[in-house]
Design a protein around this ligand. Structure first.
Ligand SMILES: Cc1ncc(COP(=O)(O)O)c(C=O)c1O
Length: 464
C-alpha cells in the first residue's frame, strides 16, 4: 500500500524495498536538488506530512533531522521547516539531456500528460495475473508480430462500441503508441509516392518525423468547426493528419458537416487521412462523437493510444489500417522490429474484456470533470479578462488573453516558481494570432494545487 502528499507529489510505499524514512528523505532531497522546493521555501510541517502520508511523526522528524544534517533543511524551534538558503542544487546544464526533457514541475500546466497518480495499479496487476494464467508456452516466443489476437479482438469490439470504428481484428495493428503509427505512416506514404501532407495549423508540434521521411507539410487553418476542408481541397495535398475528436491543441471538436465534407474530399481525391484519436475518451458535455474512420474506412488510418487513458509509460497503442494499406503497414512494421511486448498486450486485453478499462475511464472522466470545473471557477476569479475555449473534451483548456503577453519572460518566471507553461504560439506553422493563448492542463492537479498555481500565475502575468 502507498500513500502520498498531493501538494508535494511525495509518496511512500509501505511494501517498498527502502524504509519509509529513506523514501521520504530521498524524495525531499530530490525535490530540493531539482529545484521544485526552492531555498527559503517552507516544507510541510512534520504534523502535516505525517498526516498526509499516514506515517508516524517521529519518523518524519528523523527524516527532517537527517536532511538538516546534510545541509538541505533549516530547522528552528517553533518555526516551520524551510529549505536552507545554501541547499545544494543540481544545475540544469549538469543534467544529461534526457533529464532535461523529462523535467518535472510542481505545478505542471503543460498539456499531454494524464493524472499519473491514478494509474490503476491493483487492477492492472490483476489483469497481468489473469494474462499469465492464459498465456500458452508459444505466447512467450516470437510471433504475433503485429499484435496478439486477444487484444486485437478486444480492441475491435471496444473501438466499434465506443468510437464507432469499423474494423476486423486483422486490420488492427498493435503499436507502441501514436508516435510509432506516425513513423509507419510517414514511411508508407513516402513509399506510395505521396509528397505533400496537409496538417492542422495550429497542430501537434512534433513534425520532424514527417520532414525526415521527405514529406512537405502544408499548413491548413483550423477554425471553430475544425480543419478548413475548403482550403484543404484547394491544396495539392494527397494526405492529411488530423485530430477530429479534440483538435490538438485548440480543443475544437470537428463539426458533423466538416466531417462529411472531409470524407467526400478523401474519396474524391483518393487521399488518406491519419486520424489521431489521442484523448477522445474524455468528452464532458455529451457522448463522444464517433471517429472519422467510421465515415470513410477505406481512406482513414485510425490511431489510438493508452497514453492519455492509462499512462504514456505503457507505450501501447493501436492503428486500424484500411485493407489496401494493411500489407504496406505490415511490411514497414516487419522492417522496424519484432513487435510490442506480449505480456503487456495480453494484460491490456484482459483489462478491456473484464470491464476494468471502461470502469477506469468512467472514474477518470468524473475526476477530470471535477478538475475542469475547478479550473474554470478559479480562472474566472483570478484571470477575469481571458476567454476560455476547447473545454468540451480532453484534458486542457485554451485560455486567450486580450493582448500579447511577454510569453518568454512569463514562462521563465513560472519555471522559476516550479510551474510548467505552454503557449499556443509555438504550435503554428503559419503566423499565429497577435493575442496570447495559454494551454492549461487540469489533468494532474487537485483543486487545492490548481488554486495556488493559478493565483501565482495571475501574479506573474500582472507583474509583466
Ligand atoms: C495530439 C497527440 N497525439 C499523440 C500523442 C502521443 O501519443 P503516444 O504517447 O501514443 O505516442 C500526444 C502526446 O502528448 C498528443 O498530444
Amino acid at each position: 500500500m502507498s500513500s502520498r502528499d498531493a501538494e508535494l507529489l511525495i509518496s511512500v510505499d509501505r511494501n517498498g524495498p527502502a524504509s519509509m524514512q529513506a523514501q521520504l528523505e530521498r524524495q525531499l532531497r530530490d525535490a530540493i536538488r531539482g529545484g521544485m522546493l526552492r531555498p527559503g521555501s517552507e516544507v510541510p510541517s512534520t504534523r502535516d506530512l505525517a498526516r498526509d502520508l499516514a506515517i508516524s511523526r517521529p519518523l518524519v522528524m528523523e527524516a527532517h533531522a537527517q536532511l538538516a544534517a546534510e545541509g538541505y533543511l533549516a530547522l528552528r524551534q517553533g518555526a516551520a521547516p524551510r529549505v536552507a538558503d545554501t541547499a545544494p542544487r543540481q544545475q540544469i546544464q549538469d543534467l544529461p539531456p534526457e533529464s532535461v526533457l523529462t523535467l518535472t514541475f510542481r505545478y505542471d500546466f503543460r498539456p499531454g500528460i494524464p493524472d499519473l497518480a491514478s494509474f490503476p495499479s491493483a487492477r492492472w496487476l490483476k489483469a497481468a495475473e489473469a494474462a499469465l494464467r492464459i498465456m500458452a508456452p508459444n505466447d512467450f516466443g516470437y510471433g504475433q508480430r503485429y499484435g496478439v489476437l486477444p487484444l486485437r479482438q478486444a480492441l475491435a469490439d471496444y473501438l466499434g462500441r465506443v468510437r464507432g470504428v469499423s474494423a476486423d481484428p486483422r486490420q488492427i495493428l498493435i503499436t507502441s503508441g501514436f508516435e510509432q503509427t506516425r513513423a509507419l505512416m510517414a514511411r508508407t506514404l513516402k513509399r506510395r509516392g505521396v509528397t505533400e501532407l496537409a496538417v492542422e495549423d495550429p497542430g501537434y508540434s512534433d513534425r520532424e518525423v514527417w520532414l525526415a521521411a521527405g514529406l512537405k507539410l502544408l499548413p491548413i487553418a483550423v477554425d471553430e468547426n475544425g480543419i478548413d476542408v475548403a482550403a484543404l481541397a484547394k491544396s495539392p495535398a494527397q494526405a492529411v493528419l488530423l485530430t477530429p475528436a479534440h483538435q490538438s491543441p485548440t480543443g475544437v471538436v470537428m463539426s458533423g458537416e466538416r466531417r462529411l465534407a472531409l470524407a467526400n474530399w478523401l474519396r474524391q481525391r483518393n487521399a488518406i487521412a491519419l486520424e489521431d484519436d489521442y484523448d477522445a475518451e474524455f468528452r464532458y458535455d455529451r457522448a463522444p462523437i464517433g471517429a472519422l474512420q467510421g465515415l470513410a474506412p477505406d481512406h482513414v488510418v485510425y490511431a489510438g493510444t493508452t497514453s492519455k487513458t492509462l499512462g504514456p509509460a505503457l507505450r501501447l497503442g493501436w492503428m486500424v489500417a484500411p485493407s489496401d494499406l494493411l500489407l504496406a503497414f505490415e511490411d514497414e512494421m516487419r522492417l522496424m522490429d519484432c513487435g510490442r511486448g506480449r505480456l503487456e498486450q495480453f494484460t491490456l486485453a484482459q483489462f478491456i474484456t473484464s470491464g476494468d478499462y471502461d470502469r477506469h475511464l468512467r472514474k477518470m472522466r468524473a475526476l477530470y470533470r471535477d478538475r475542469r470545473e475547478a479550473l474554470l471557477a478559479v480562472i474566472t476569479d483570478e484571470l477575469p479578462e481571458v476567454k476560455i475555449s476547447g473545454i468540451s473534451a480532453g484534458l486542457h483548456a485554451n485560455v486567450r488573453f486580450p493582448r500579447r503577453l511577454d510569453e518568454a519572460v512569463i514562462s521563465e518566471a513560472a519555471n522559476k516558481r516550479g510551474m510548467g507553461l505552454s503557449f499556443l504560439r509555438g504550435h503554428y506553422l503559419d503566423d499565429a494570432p497577435e493575442e496570447s493563448t495559454l494551454l492549461l492542463s487540469y489533468a494532474s492537479m487537485p483543486e487545492s494545487s490548481l488554486r495556488t498555481a493559478l493565483r501565482t500565475l495571475a501574479a506573474i502575468i500582472a507583474g509583466n
